[in-house]
Design a protein around this ligand. Structure first.
Ligand code: SF4
Length: 367
């Protein structure tokens, strides 16, 4: 359904929304740094796929270590990944680092203000470019994220598939058309805030919503019927087996190649269970494939369940042993480290790997 703007001119609701935002906006650390494009950029990337509550401590630690683009460009990728570890989707951190290097070399450390230039930077898509341009520079640029899409689809009664190109185009057009001139930063944030605090996916709080009067979904009596999403997630079950090898009270960790989901992160030698393979055989294969080691696989010491995109993963950890001299020799490789438990906090480990290691340490490894 193409929205009828004549029936619901944006001027009839944007003022209501801005007034609500002026009173109800949450105090967030990146909002305390008004006009700081760097803070907007980092917070917006961190907030992708991650809740505000989870992001706040990460953002604060990040800003303490990398207070500006120059500090970030000067940092090592390892250090950047350590600060990102636990947020997931590590390509985001690698892109941030690449973009910081470019911003320093091309823009003297200042993020550009135009959407077109921002879009040339690694990891910055249409949404993030619009957010930086509008929030930091008050450029009249629209944003459409999950919250904005939900609010607009309900407000205008868009009943087409929200993931379809046609409806996506309508959403961007509506978002752009609704911006009160010169107020894009507040307007975009108010839309996101309403989606986060009031117009939630499962239980929209219509009685306290400033848009209740003009809202088509509220008038229909069933606001949760929108947005319509036809695509369903097809979950894939995966079992990964990891081997914990130790020598002289140190744990063998291997760094993953730079690309991929956990690119650049440290982990126990790990492999994905093949059809017909036993878990112990899989852990043994992990040692030979990742470390070139012949290992004896012992008992299962822990299992961690987590999801990455459409994969539901069980990470199974096995105690393992191998020739000590071979392990020490292996540690000469730049992508291998024999880490003391006290050093783990300074290494970039994905959350499931850290949780698995903590399980073992809690059981009294080296005790
Ligand atoms: Fe969402 Fe209800 Fe507000 Fe409509 S009235 S925008 S459905 S919270």
């Amino acid at each position: 359904m193409t929205p009828n703007l004549a029936l619901l001119p944006s001027s009839s609701w944007t003022r209501l929304l801005l007034d609500w935002f002026a009173v109800n906006a949450r105090r967030l650390p990146w909002r305390d740094r008004k006009g700081d494009a760097y803070a907007v950029w980092i917070s917006e990337i961190m907030l992708q796929q991650t809740t505000v509550a989870a992001v706040v401590p990460y953002f604060e630690r990040w800003m303490a270590s990398f207070p500006n683009v120059h500090a970030l460009a000067d940092a090592s990728l390892d250090d950047v990944l350590v600060h990102w570890a636990g947020l997931g989707y590590y390509a985001r951190a690698r892109n941030i680092k690449r973009a910081a290097d470019l911003i320093v070399s091309k823009y003297d450390g200042r993020l550009p203000s135009s959407v077109e230039e921002l879009l040339t930077l690694p990891g910055i898509g249409r949404y993030t470019a619009g957010a930086i341009a509008s929030i930091a520079y008050d450029v009249d640029a629209p944003v459409v994220d999950g919250n904005v899409a939900r609010v607009l689809s309900r407000l205008y009664g868009l009943d087409g598939d929200i993931d379809s190109p046609l409806v996506r185009a309508d959403l961007w057009r509506l978002s752009e058309g609704a911006i009160p001139q010169g107020r894009a930063g507040d307007f975009n944030q108010s839309m996101m805030e309403l989606g986060a605090l009031v117009c939630s996916p499962a239980s929209p709080a219509c009685p306290i919503c400033p848009l209740q009067m003009p809202c088509a979904a509220h008038a229909s009596g069933d606001p949760t019927a929108l947005p319509v999403r036809l695509r369903k997630t097809h979950w894939v079950q995966v079992v990964d087996c990891a081997a914990l090898l130790e020598v002289e009270r140190r744990i063998l960790l291997i760094r993953r190649p730079d690309s991929g989901v956990w690119g650049g992160l440290w982990e126990l030698p790990r492999a994905t269970l093949a059809e017909g393979e036993t878990r112990k055989a899989c852990a043994s294969r992990a040692c030979s494939e990742r470390a070139g080691l012949v290992a004896t696989i012992g008992d299962l010491f822990g299992e961690i369940r987590h999801t990455v995109m459409n994969r539901r993963i069980t990470l199974a950890g096995f105690a393992a042993s191998a020739d000590h001299e071979a392990l020490k020799l292996l540690a000469r490789r730049t992508d291998v480290v024999l880490a003391k438990p006290s050093e783990l906090a300074d290494l970039a480990l994905a959350s499931p790997q850290r949780a698995l290691l903590n399980t073992r340490l809690d059981q009294g490894l080296f005790a």
